[in-house]
Design a protein around this ligand. Sequence first.
Ligand code: ARG
Length: 279
Amino acid sequence: MVARTALPVRTPVTRSVLMCRPDFFTVVYRINPWMDPHLPTDTGLAVRQWEQLYRTYLDLGYDVQLIDPIDGLPDMVYAANGGFVIDNVAYGASFTYPERQPEGPAYMRWFHDHGFDVAEPQNINEGEGDFLLVGDTILAGTGFRSHTDSHEELGRIYGREVLTLNLVNPSFYHLDTAVAVLDGTPGQEHIAYLPSAFDETSVKALHDRYPNAIIVTEEDASVLGLNSFSDGYNVVIASRAADFDRQLREHGYNPIGVDLSELLLGGGGVKCCTLELRR
Ligand code: ARG
């Protein structure tokens, strides 16, 4: 319990994000344990749920950019995987599975057409799905998707420290399913994470660096509760992540729940649908 008097003052910083409407969302292949091509999906419902997230961002005053969805690329809605952007430089994605590979160039074209400098990737990586900026450090996941060679490439491109974290649970195959950046401001870094998603070395690294981190329950993580998006005060989360909601309030944040149950059938949540654009 954080004492009331100790409630930290949280200041929101308006965000600029890229999203992709799930007009062609469905599950026709299986590249993570959440996906089952035999289960029916409802594209209309996916769109309505996605629009709730989109409106939430607009209501928060964010700048929300949209990339056109492409027929035949059902996972394109998970915009976080389309690249990683800092200092107006967009490091392109190079997807692990052939099913998603055409998304890489599509996103790079969008970045190029919208005034970003594009760094063409030399190594397999899935963008902000596996890379999270916390202060001046890039947390970089590996184990299921992004290769560690891409971590070195990131360090060279951005001249920032890159901390490799090893994911071990196939249900939490991207870093953004196991870590939430609540405050990335240098000097006041604050994250939430699920320890069991990482190997021992990585848990120790996270614990040493972020001793005040929020540790979420397995239950909240299993509805992709960590797959959330924070502006330093408002934290958009899965509405079903009840205990995470409570913990966020205790730490002075304003959690806002949205229901993306249909997109969970593809193995993604709030953060997966959101790519931060740092100009
Ligand atoms: N079906 C997609 C995949 O397996 C889901 C991607 C979720 N995105 C994320 N940033 N975690 O690649």
